[in-house]
Design a protein around this ligand. Structure first.
Ligand SMILES: O=c1nc[nH]c2c1ncn2[C@H]1C[C@H](O)[C@@H](COP(=O)(O)OP(=O)(O)OP(=O)(O)O)O1
Ligand SMILES: [Mg+2]
Length: 444
């Protein structure tokens, strides 16, 4: 076994970031890396240190401290000793410097954010955990300032996280050393990096040992991948905490779609019911969910349940498509990817016309299908669907709508879906019918 806790060489410890854990701080975070636990609290003060006063720019500083029993034996508090150690001083300056690298101090205005990083339990990597947690605490404090309209523009230029890497006595390069590994390590390195993959600081030392350029590259590579994971985690928790605040204030539904046409229809239909609609287009940090299901329901479930689990709130997803009888139900769940993975309405329509070449009008019957899944964490999902009957035309007609609308002729309206006004389509569409079915079941 390579590592005493059976991690692989490039595996982080279990990382948790709990937000808003303190009542009075503008932003607070409890960050955990295995047995290392750091409490980070960000305070906003309407003043700046003397040396920048009157310049209109802000300041960010950090303090770092270990609780007496953060370690195996009790360490006297530095306040009792009456002296801040060199190590503490160095670490708190590193934290402050790192945060200032990604925050535009002029946009902060003449105010300070002070981050207190208190190590509750130390099992290696406390300074890097402090930086990773402090960044989230500062972001939360800034979100608060923006919500209160105290600052207009977000001063956060990039994400920021830190991690340790090192070389074990076995010669193996590893990511995220715990204390046991750290004391034995031949080489010990702390990396601070941004979301765009740039370095803020590299602290690397051979402990009575040396390391090669090749080993350095491996360490940087492991560190970079660890930091990417940490930043994805930061994005996730920040998004959840932001959504919890906004959804408390407003009636808002999150729809797990990136399709602009759908988004517009949902917004119009839900507006009548007093809801605002947000989609994945509003949250670019949320992942793309692969549609690996074999039915509309499976795909809609995948989209809704994956995103609901991440945002820890209710999420609606739509999986829809065109079912053409002469094509034995195709394109069906593959409607968006009918002409290939690069999703283009024009290419899909061209392919549909091509496949139907020579098929007589009365044999060109089709229907739009929509399955909606409403998912909430730890609840059974609601599943509803709706359909709209039509036939496939031979030339595109109409400018409205999206997808296959200009080829989808609706006999009852004597128009294609693209010739209907937005309102008309939203009254009769498969999507509208599904939403109507949902309404009866959805208590909110
Ligand atoms: O009212 C409609 N009018 C025209 N075309 C429509 C409609 N409703 C679905 N369709 C077509 C478009 C797309 O080719 C496929 C949906 O595929 P589907 O995977 O559900 O959506 P998508 O990938 O575009 O967005 P997302 O998965 O992010 O919701 O069916
Ligand atoms: Mg899709």
């Amino acid at each position: 076994m390579l590592r005493h806790d059976s991690r692989s060489e490039n595996q982080l410890r279990n990382v948790e970031i709990e937000t808003n854990v303190m009542k009075y701080s503008e932003g607070s975070v409890l960050i955990t890396f295995g047995d290392t636990k750091v409490l980070c609290s960000a305070t906003v003060e309407e003043r700046v240190p003397k040396f920048i006063r009157g310049k209109g720019t802000g300041w960010i500083a950090a303090e770092y401290q270990m609780l007496p029993r953060a370690t195996q034996t009790r360490n006297m508090r530095e306040s009792t000793k009456g002296k801040v150690s060199g190590r503490t001083m160095e670490i708190q300056r590193l934290i402050g410097r790192s945060l200032r690298a990604v925050i535009d101090l002029t946009l902060l205005g003449e105010r300070s954010i002070i981050v207190d990083c208190d190590v509750l339990q130390a099992d290696g990597g406390t300074r890097t955990a402090s930086i990773t947690g402090a960044f989230v605490a500062v972001q939360l404090a800034i979100q608060e300032l923006m919500r209160k309209n105290i600052i207009k523009k977000n001063p956060v230029k990039d994400y920021l996280a830190a991690i340790s890497v090192g070389i074990l006595p076995s010669g193996e390069c590893v990511l995220d050393l715990d204390y046991k590994e750290d004391v034995a390590a031949l080489v010990d390195m702390n990396l601070v990096m941004t979301g765009s993959g740039r370095f803020v600081e590299i602290q690397g030392t051979g402990e009575e040992a040396t390391f090669s350029g090749e080993e350095l590259n491996t360490l940087l590579f492991y560190g970079k991948s660890g930091i990417e994971t940490l930043i994805a985690k930061q994005k996730e928790v920040l998004l959840v905490s932001k959504r919890q605040e906004t959804s408390q204030e407003k009636k808002e539904v999150l729809i797990a779609t990136r399709n602009k046409g759908k988004a517009k229809e949902f917004a119009a239909i839900f507006a009548e019911k007093g809801f605002t609609v947000k989609t994945l287009l509003d949250y670019p940090d949320l992942p793309d969910v692969e549609e690996t299901g074999k039915t509309f329901e499976e795909n809609a479930r995948l989209k809704a349940e994956t995103i609901a689990q991440i945002v820890q709130g209710p999420v609606l997803a739509d999986d829809s498509g065109l079912i053409v009888d002469a094509l034995l139900g195709q394109p069906g769940i593959y409607s968006a990817r009918f002409a290939g993975p690069n999703k283009s309405d024009a290419a899909n329509n061209a392919k549909l016309l091509h496949e139907l070449t020579g098929i007589a009008t009365e044999k060109r019957t089709a229907r739009y299908h929509c399955t909606l899944v409403l998912a909430e964490p730890n609840k059974e999902s609601l599943v509803v669907s709706g359909e709209l009957e039509g036939t496939i035309g031979t030339i595109p007609q109409g400018e409205n709508g999206f997808g296959y609308d200009s080829l989808f002729y609706i006999p009852s309206e004597k128009k294609t879906a693209a010739e209907l006004s937005e309102d008309q389509k939203n009254r009769i569409s498969h999507r509208a019918k599904a939403i109507e079915a949902l309404r009866g079941q959805w208590k909110s």
